[in-house]
Design a binder for this molecule. Structure first.
Ligand code: MN
Length: 226
């Protein structure tokens, strides 16, 4: 092949702390219902296991970017989440080896068109339009050299008011379990990001809001909804 028939899309990237080399994003996987208190606030059944959905790679919003309020929603929600960046691929990865596949961690927000999601749930339709829209995955720089999966405080504030305040240790599936479970469904590869689920306290955003999020030992992000 000598040329592309249309302009080739750029590779979405996320900066890496302390490095000039950026992390190229291949896929974005997300875990649903991975904190019991959030599962309850969404009306879920405590007995159901967490599950996966996906966003397109170009949904990432690197640090410093604003987020445009998306079309066709009147109920845009924030979901603050620990993000795992995969550095080494594999399928059917055992839990005990999962950490060997992790390049680093970031703080991210799984932006959600809650009204479209609720309508999709009611009708048994796919979630894609509620989760995988443009600029739906703001993220911090990726931190490397984190020996053990972060367990500490995870917080999100809107205009300085704390909305989500929990601890990562409360996740139902741990980080190694998430990597192992994901690798049963897809062959993971370098460049994959996994948003690991949000704790309780999700809520609406409007144009003009400033969102700040932080995860202990991982980093922080901040963006404006415009
Ligand atoms: Mn989420």
């Amino acid at each position: 092949m000598s040329a592309y028939a249309v302009p080739a899309p750029p590779v979405p990237t996320v900066p890496v702390e302390g490095s000039d080399a950026a992390f190229p994003v291949r896929r974005i996987l997300c875990v649903g219902r991975n904190y019991a208190a959030h599962r309850r606030e969404m009306g879920g059944d405590d007995r159901d296991p967490p599950f996966f959905f996906a966003k397109p790679a170009d949904a990432v919003v690197p640090p410093g970017g604003d987020v445009a309020y998306p079309s066709v929603t009147a109920n845009l929600h924030h979901e603050m989440e620990l993000v795992v960046a995969i550095g080494k691929g594999g399928a059917n990865i055992p839990v005990a080896q999962a950490l060997d596949h992790i390049f680093g961690y970031a703080a991210g927000v799984d932006m959600t068109r809650r009204d479209i999601q609720n309508a999709a749930k009611d009708k048994g339709q796919p979630w894609d339009a509620s989760k995988g829209f443009d600029q739906s995955a703001p993220i911090s720089a990726i931190r490397t050299g984190v020996a053990a999966p972060p367990q500490g405080r995870i917080t999100l504030s809107v205009n300085g008011q704390v909305k989500q305040d929990a601890v990562v240790a409360d996740m139902i599936w741990s980080v190694p379990e998430i990597v192992a479970e994901a690798s049963k469904l897809w062959a993971l590869a370098p460049g994959d990001l996994i948003y690991t689920g949000t704790p309780e306290g999700v809520g609406p955003l409007v144009r003009g809001d400033t969102v700040t999020g932080e995860i202990e030992g991982v980093g922080a992000l901040s963006f404006r909804v415009i």
